[in-house]
Ligand binder design. Structure first.
Ligand code: HEC
Length: 128
């Protein structure tokens, strides 16, 4: 009985440790647990600059995010999250990269693919 308890404790401690060691910077293939869903992140942070429907806001000088599908959006999101290198879409997003660093520091982390799918599903407007 006592031995089982000790083993359970050890297992639990190991789980907690692996959770804490991952400071949100897990590399490819590793699973990150996000504290907020993409919907929550969009609502609580992106929305005030990019608009209720991701339509882009003139007064904030933000581009629309509702004019592209998830695949392309994912690359743009990947760019602004990883900064500078532009290995994917080849665009420059200095302002947004700067914003994103601050947002990440506040806990507004998200999975680029999941966020792209969220935005497409809820806001995407097909061009005529
Ligand atoms: C403080 C205002 C602000 C907030 C908050 C903000 N953005 Fe931005 N974002 C901008 C501005 C300004 C630009 C355009 C300049 C640039 O790309 O650097 C931009 C650009 C982008 C781009 C590039 C778009 C393109 O057309 O290539 C993406 C993607 C993006 N934002 C996603 C997000 C997401 C996702 C969030 C929420 C996690 C977010 N933004 C929150 C201001 C903001």
């Amino acid at each position: 009985m006592k031995k089982t308890n000790v083993m359970l404790m050890t297992a639990a401690t190991a789980l907690v440790l692996t959770g804490c060691l991952d400071g949100g910077t897990a590399g490819a293939g590793e699973k990150i647990t996000y504290s907020k869903t993409s919907a929550e992140v969009y609502d609580q942070s992106c929305k005030k600059c990019h608009g209720d429907k991701a339509e882009g806001l003139k007064e904030k000088k933000t581009p629309a995010l509702n004019d592209r599908q998830a695949g392309e959006l994912e690359l743009d999101l990947y760019d602004v999250k990883n900064g500078g290198t532009n290995q994917s879409s080849g665009t420059e997003h200095d302002v947004m990269e700067h914003n994103m660093k601050k947002l990440l520091a506040k806990g507004y982390n998200y999975d680029a693919k999941d966020m792209a799918e969220y935005i497409e599903k809820n806001f995407y407007i097909k061009p005529e």
